[in-house]
Design a protein around this ligand. Structure first.
Ligand code: C2O
Length: 534
């Protein structure tokens, strides 16, 4: 194994897209930012230097950070932010995972433009568990606002209402066509008769996305840096924070084919129906160019497509890649996700949209939770996060009369090595939406999912404890539920939140404290010397 050194410089740069120029925060002058390459077992050392006027942190989304919780990155959870002019060295070893992940800023809404790919190759000499592709390509999906993204969120926090939706989706930084502004769009060049591994990343802030290529099937081989049993499909579905590797074989008539990236909203209330297009182009396509071959576009509310995709994902569970799903459960949690309305003195209408788990709207502290935990500093948080909602109600029926939530910086304590099951129950209140939940510090197994209210007697009988997919981000269906399991074998403070950034802003987040174990490899080491101060 190697030590790989990277330097990420956070800078401001004037950038023109959609026929408008604005100054954006990016890394090393690139949007999307640079790709970090490593092999499984390598140590990655990244010096992040902040040259902008905003506070910054970087999160290595999906990296398990075993014993390196100080390097995880969420602001005020595992670290104080890197202040303007300062730098911090993130140092972690990649253990037991290989595939595609992403890194992104983890403070305010900076990740809109501060993100990039992480490619983890298998250990040297170890092949992929699928036919070797001829070439690999990274495809990063994003969202683009013509206006300043920090202004968009600030405006939303003043109004108490949802933020303006983005003006376009980007594919490797290229927006597709939007009315009034012609743009080239991204072109994926392929040679006839070859197989490509596409490493697809949803780095969007607030939009779940479908991805499809006209005339070509995709073979899914990996999700969130875990191998899956290969299957063929037309349309793949990614929530923000999710990654999917697919094999694409260029076995069609030489020509040009449309690539469509289109949002999913099961109960559209905004109208984000901007489809972005890119082109798959075979080399030696004859001149003059033939017409691009088109494809049908998934409907905005194509819920069956999302279920079909998610249901098709199964972990390999082979001799080389066993599936270690916990068969027993020490902590059984039932998290009900709601959107509510709380009073707000500074908001225009006197109220604001908030979101909650078990009626707790999480309030960010102004110091680092991990430091408070490590140094036993009192007052930053309490460890009484409720395992169940305070009152049971018909979660997928009509909403209760009182939808005010309680604020709190409340965490849930897990003892080292305990096994955890969380049933995340979606509701259909105010803003009915699928919520992509992301857990830091672990992968979890998705053991079940369904529509309606979770039935604690019946539903566990059909849990998949054999080959459930292993992920770090999973959608909680609108008016449905999903059940996940993991073993809490990594000490630290680990954030759990909706990866739709607007919902995180509204408080749809909480954190786990995982205590130290007793062995030498079970204890969180002291923080690095250059850990930023608040
Ligand atoms: Cu990708 Cu806490 O985030």
């Amino acid at each position: 194994s190697l030590v790989r050194h990277y330097k990420l410089s956070v800078v401001l740069k004037n950038t023109t897209k959609l026929c408008t120029t604005k100054s954006i925060v990016i890394v090393n002058g690139q949007f999307p930012g640079p790709t970090l390459y490593a092999r499984e077992d390598d140590t990655v050392v990244v010096r992040v230097t902040n040259h902008v006027k905003y506070n910054v942190t970087i999160h290595w989304h999906g990296i398990k950070q075993i014993q390196t919780g100080w390097a995880d990155g969420p602001a005020y959870v595992t670290q104080c932010p890197i202040q303007p002019g300062q730098s911090f060295v993130y140092n972690f070893t990649i253990t037991g995972q290989r595939g595609t992940l992403l890194w992104h800023a983890h403070i305010t809404w900076l990740r809109a433009t501060v993100h990039g790919a992480i490619v983890i190759l298998p250990k040297r000499g170890i092949p992929y568990p699928f036919p070797k592709p001829d070439k690999e390509k990274i495809i990063i999906l994003g969202e683009w606002w013509k206006s300043d993204v920090e202004a968009v969120i600030n405006q939303a926090s003043i109004s108490g209402l949802p933020p303006n939706i983005s003006d376009a989706h980007t594919i490797n930084g290229h927006p597709g066509q939007v009315p009034g502004c012609t743009s080239q769009g991204y072109t994926l060049h392929v040679e006839s008769g070859k197989t490509y591994l596409l490493r697809i990343i949803n780095a969007a802030l607030n939009d779940e996305l479908f991805f499809k290529i006209a005339g070509h099937k995709l073979t899914v081989v990996e999700a969130d840096a875990s191998y899956v049993k290969p299957f063929e499909i037309d349309t793949i579905f990614l929530s923000p924070g999710q990654t999917t590797n697919v094999l694409l074989t260029s076995n069609q008539i030489v020509g040009k084919y449309l690539i469509a990236v289109t949002p999913f909203m099961d109960a559209p209330i905004g109208f984000d129906n901007v489809t972005s297009f890119a082109t798959l182009r075979y080399k030696n396509t004859r001149q003059p160019y033939p017409k691009t071959i088109l494809t049908t576009i998934p409907a905005l509310n194509a819920t069956p497509l999302t279920f079909h995709f998610i249901d098709s994902l199964r972990s390999l569970n082979s001799k080389d890649y066993p599936t270690r799903v916990p068969l027993t459960v020490d902590h059984s949690l039932f998290f009900v996700i709601t959107v509510g309305l709380n009073p707000c003195d500074t908001c225009l209408q006197g109220i604001k949209l908030v979101s909650a788990i078990n009626n707790i709207t999480f309030v960010m502290p102004t110091t680092s939770l991990l430091e408070a935990h490590y140094y036993k500093i009192k007052g930053a948080f309490t460890d009484d996060f409720p395992a169940y909602p305070p009152v049971a109600f018909n979660y997928t029926g009509t909403q209760p009369a009182n939808i005010q939530t309680n604020n709190g910086t409340r965490l849930y304590r897990l003892s080292f090595n305990s096994t955890v099951q969380i049933v995340l129950q979606g509701t259909a209140m105010i803003a009915p939406e699928n919520h992509p939940f992301h857990l830091h510090g672990y992968n979890f197994f998705v053991v079940g999912q369904g529509l309606g209210n979770f039935d604690p007697l019946k539903d566990p009988l059909s849990f998949n404890l054999v080959d459930p997919v292993e992920r770090n981000t999973i959608g909680v269906p609108n008016a449905g539920w999903v059940a996940i399991r993991f073993r809490a074998d990594n000490p630290g403070i680990w954030f759990l939140h909706c990866h739709l950034e607007v919902h995180t802003t509204w408080g749809l987040k909480m954190a786990f404290i995982v205590d130290n174990g007793n062995g030498p490899n079970e204890t969180l080491p002291p923080p690095p010397n250059d850990l930023p101060r608040c």
